[in-house]
Design a protein around this ligand. Structure first.
Ligand code: ADP
Ligand code: MG
Length: 739
């Protein structure tokens, strides 16, 4: 009964009239008829045909079958028939088989703690008899014939009849929901129950690989799922989900045996970057039970989205085994969900193994781990790892020994520090180089530790949150990275719009925000050789003040550098505790924080950073102090264009060197295609060029695979970015023929 809004005053509903005019007698309570109770309960256990199939197949598995076949007519509404070759049902048990709460799997409540079978409630068969017509045919070992009997509303309709039978049990459910008109109608209109049943059987088949499964429509010659007992899980997956899925899978496993955190074992298969699908498929077994775990599914999805943004809808098969007493199987009437002890810890462990597997397997874009061998100083820093080929086009990335690089040219700003600024991980990273940004930040949000208790940090974080521009937030969380437009601007697509986004500004702000969020909880990266901050500051000051021959300045610069060094040595405790910036007693910088996992800042910017710490930080006021250090880190870690000019643009000029004029005898050696430059030859500084190609390609890789995925997860764009040129909207698709 409905009324239009506004009608209520004028035309009271009948009930309102009753209430107004009659004294309120409490309604009488009466006991529901058993048949009503049972039908209500049955409707809950058997929600749709696929739930009946699940219960029946689980019964067959509990009966130790090695072959299970399912036949379905009319999406299961007309007929569901499940046949197995299991141990069968005793003749004596047939009379109570379909009564509610009759089971062979459980006798005391305590048994639940160690239950291994899938069923235990003794409700499934009973429920089916309240909402459909059930016929059971079964034979037990050593019998000459089997029995057949039909049930309705929990009881046998007649004495069991002797009949011929093959090993095992066959259960037929006909006319499901014949007595629930509304449900039958809705189900009749939805054609997808058969596909749900096929999906279910597929999931069973890849876990129970020693059981053969088949599933077909009644009257169909071909089965839609057909497996024979397989020798390996991968074979089973191949036969159910196809070669292309099986080909894109990576094996994963992990375990924990620490009673104080979690005890579990997990193994499975996950899709790699080659796998593309519109929807996630996650087949999850916990203690051999097919279950759903939304938290885990979501957690895995996040890792994919952050690691492989393009192939972000994965295929996952996972089997988790825990001590039975750690799983509560009795939280859901259809046992679809379970609750686990230490779920959070388990999820985190799993996220971390999924992430590291994905990173490692992503061969087409080999990912650089933060662990590198500590190499002698003639290797340039890890940034120039020769095995790292960040762009699919494969920029030439030859190893360039530092001593061979041109360092004398004052125009060459590159590489001076590489000899001692190699990065190696330390602390928690040592065992697990690729902890996810995602995970760490989730962890931090979950248990805010001391850091977040500092009100000044909380205030700074609140300012970020309050100042967030909702329109831009929508753009950064849902945009697609298209590519770099030039050295500074990336092209993004959101809906039908293209945006130019300033990656330097974005990364600077993102790093700043992440420093505050990770405050006092950083992982560390270690410099291969501690760098004397005095010299770093000198270097930075000289760069600032490069007036050659101006020697009076040198004394002054020395003084400033000395004072700054002293200052930073004094502040070393604070820098270390809160920002993981380690300066030892000799005034050497030896450790830096990891702000975004898998990202190392450009070490050419260390001098500027150290100078900035010395000069620009307000050490007096707590909030200003934290704010300015975070900003300095943000600026240092931002994805600035590398200091070597970009060889793919005008910067190429930089790598050409002039050769002295040649003698006339040599002239015939000069290749003909030299162009206009007939008297001088432009030679390319190959080594420098290849280093530049690598650092530029690497930066672009980081922009695509670190910056944008992290932004999607963490970034709160400040309102100022809407107007300061950080985001510029281009013409929309409809105005413009870009597609
Ligand atoms: P539950 O599985 O919770 O025990 P059900 O109503 O599903 O309850 O089944 C009741 C009982 O019937 C089971 O405990 C089992 O002993 C027997 N049963 C059901 N299906 C089969 C089957 N396919 N093979 C052998 N026994 C079965
Ligand atoms: Mg059962």
């Amino acid at each position: 009964m409905e009324t239009q809004p506004g009608d209520c005053d004028a035309v009271p509903l009948p009930m309102e009239m009753d209430e107004a005019t009659q004294p309120k007698d409490p309604p009488k309570i009466s006991r529901l008829d058993d048949s009503v109770v049972n039908r209500i309960a049955a409707g809950e256990v058997i929600q749709r045909p696929v739930s009946a199939v699940k219960e029946l197949v689980e019964n067959s598995l509990d009966a130790h079958s090695t072959s299970i076949s399912v036949v379905v007519k009319d999406g299961g509404l007309k007929l569901i028939q499940v046949s197995d070759d299991g141990h069968g049902i005793r003749y004596d048990d047939l009379p109570i088989l379909c009564e509610r709460h009759t089971t062979s799997k459980l006798s005391t409540f305590e048994d639940l703690q160690t239950i291994k079978s899938m069923g235990f409630r003794g409700e499934a068969l009973a429920s089916m008899t309240y909402v459909g017509h059930v016929t059971v045919t079964t034979i037990t070992k050593g019998q000459l014939h089997g029995y057949r009997v039909s049930y309705r509303d929990g009881v046998m309709e007649h004495e069991p009849k002797a009949c011929a039978a093959v090993k095992g049990t066959q259960i037929m459910v006909e006319n499901l929901f014949y007595n629930m008109i509304a449900r039958r109608k809705t189900l009749q209109n939805s054609a997808d129950d058969y596909s749900k049943i096929v999906d279910l059987l597929s999931r069973f088949a890849i876990h129970h690989i020693h059981v053969g499964f088949s599933c077909r429509k009644h009257g169909a010659g071909r089965a839609d799922v057909h497996t024979v007992a397989a020798s390996s899980r991968l074979d089973a997956i191949r036969s159910v989900y196809g070669v292309s899925v099986a080909r894109s899978l990576i094996k994963i496993e992990t375990s924990d045996h620490n009673p104080s955190s979690s005890v579990f074992k997990m193994d499975g298969f996950i899709s790699n970057s080659n796998y593309v699908a519109k929807k996630i498929i996650m087949v999850l077994y916990i203690n051999d039970r097919l279950v759903e775990c939304t938290a885990l599914k979501r957690a895995v999805e996040i890792v994919y989205a952050a690691t492989l943004p393009k192939a972000s809808k994965p295929f996952i098969y996972m089997s988790i085994v825990l001590p039975p007493e750690h799983v509560d199987v009795n939280v859901h009437p259809t046992k679809r969900e379970v609750s686990l002890l230490n779920q959070e810890v388990i999820i985190e462990k799993i996220q971390s193994v999924v992430e590291s597997k994905l990173r490692n397997s992503n061969e087409s874009r080999t990912f650089r781990e933060q662990i590198v061998e500590q190499s002698p100083s003639d290797n340039i820093a890890m940034d120039k790892d020769p095995n790292f080929s960040p762009s699919p086009s494969g920029s030439k990335s030859q190893k360039v020994p530092v001593h061979k690089m041109v360092r004398t040219d004052s125009l060459d700003p590159a590489g001076r520090l590489h000899a001692y600024l190699q990065v190696k991980p330390c602390g928690p990273l040592e065992n697990n180089p690729s902890l996810t940004t995602v995970r760490s930040s989730v962890r931090q949000r979950r248990n805010p530790k001391e850091g977040a208790d500092l009100t000044s940090i909380q205030e700074l974080i609140d300012e970020i949150d309050c100042n967030c521009h909702s329109g831009l937030l929508e753009v950064v969380t849902h945009c697609t990275y298209v590519g770099m437009a030039d050295d500074i601007f990336a092209v993004l697509q959101h809906d039908t719009h293209l945006y130019l986004a300033n990656v330097v500004n974005l990364s600077k702000e993102l790093m700043y925000q992440q420093v505050l969020r990770r405050f006092a909880h950083f992982n560390a990266m270690q410099l291969s050789d501690p760098a004397p901050i005095f010299e770093l500051i000198m270097m930075a000051l000289k760069e600032d003040n490069s007036d050659p021959g101006c020697h009076e300045n040198d004394d002054l610069i020395d003084k400033i550098a000395e004072m700054n060094t002293e200052l930073l040595k004094q502040k070393a405790g604070l820098l270390e505790d809160y920002f993981c910036i380690h300066i030892d007693i000799h005034g050497n910088l030896s450790r830096l924080p990891v702000i975004l996992e898998q990202y190392t800042p450009d070490m050419d910017r260390v001098p500027e950073f150290v100078l900035c710490l010395g000069n620009d930080v307000d050490w007096e006021d707590e909030k200003n102090c934290f704010q300015s250090i975070s900003a300095a880190l943000g600026n240092f870690y931002a994805m600035h264009p590398p200091m070597l000019p970009n060889p793919s643009g005008d910067g190429l000029q930089f790598y050409k060197k002039r050769k002295p004029l040649r003698n006339s005898e040599d002239e015939e050696d000069i290749p003909e295609n030299i162009g206009d430059d007939t008297t001088e030859e432009n030679e390319i500084e190959q080594e420098l060029l290849s280093e530049a190609e690598t650092v530029w390609a690497q930066r672009e890789w980081s922009i695509q695979h670190v910056l944008f995925p992290s932004m999607r997860l963490f970034f709160k764009p400040p309102t100022s970015m809407a107007t300061n040129g950080t985001f510029v909207r281009e013409a929309s698709h409809s105005d413009n023929a870009i597609s």
